[in-house]
Design a binder for this molecule. Sequence first.
Ligand code: LLP
Length: 378
Amino acid sequence: MQHFQAFDSAFAGIDHLTCYSVKACSNINILKLFLKEGSGTDIVSGGELHRSLMAGADPQKIVYSGVGKSCGEIIYALKSDILMFNAESPQEIDRINKIAGSLGTKGRIAIRVNPDVDPKTHTYISTGLKENKFGININEAYDEYIRAAKLENIDVVGVSCHLGSQLLDVTPFLDALKKVAELVKKLRAAGLTIKYLDIGGGLGITYDEETAPHPKDYGGKIIDSVRYLGGTLILEPGRVIAGNAGVLLSKVLYTKRNEGKKFTIVDAAMNDLLRPSLYGSFHRILEVSRKAAAKVSCDIVGPICESGDFIAKDRELPDFQPDDIICVMSAGAYGFTMSSNYNSRPRAAEVLVSGDSYKLIRKRETYEDIIRGEVDDK
Ligand code: LLP
């Protein structure tokens, strides 16, 4: 909550709408907290639209990005009357136009432009380079806007972009905004109404020793560079709000040595927190239950049958023993939302903590939950 307020208040000086990025941490109890503060949501699927609506989001505060929106998802979003689609290809725009026509409505769109700016982050989570699959090349966007504006069931209302995630410097945002501002001016000169400027999410956080810009610093610089354009600024923060608000707790099962190397085997695994396995991400590990004096070099690994199943690698950590509880830090964003049932492991419970009170907001899954939906003909 504090992170949401810190972020949102950084933009208090300008007409803006913060659309919390649901993919970061999507439990409806979490969404409700931000909606109460006036947030909208940034969604990328029908499922995230469903969650947003279930949590009580105002459809006029929902923006929908993503390169592969299906017909069913477009119908759902049009019927829900969301604020706008961030459309990512000419074919998608045509499809929204066609479906909106058949529903007797209009689809409001921004075109997601790809500004070709290097966000200097992990390649898997960089999205604003011209070789990435996202958006329409900014140099081709003007012509596509002119084409889209002529479509009968399309209302062009904005421009959007998103550079990538875990950005630790404001400069790429400002570089992209310069390019986007030029486009906005050109489109307005051509008579198009561009009310919304959506600059996506991406602001990074501290996992280890890296320093991330404070939202106030980020907000101030963004405001300085876009204020003169007027309209409404839309922001889609995810990680900066949820990342350092959540931790993953896990119990040590065993310790062992293979070839002299210590492995601490815990009951959480890559199905619970995929980030270390997928991106080689660093998460700090703290001890909860016992203060072990000595430190040893070890890997923290899970029970999954893959050598890539690790939470931490080659780290100097307390000499954990069976039944110790460890706390994996900065797991609030892209933790539970990227978890799976791999190895038929029930997914973790989610608990909302506020001061010294807590509430269960998602039950730990059962074995029955795991096979629900599977058809047994016998
Ligand atoms: N808007 C769009 C269109 C996005 O694609 C994303 C994230 C966001 C907003 C929110 O970005 P944030 O403020 O959280 O950086 N699984 C990866 C991160 C993937 C981000 C995908 N898009 C990770 O664990 O690092």
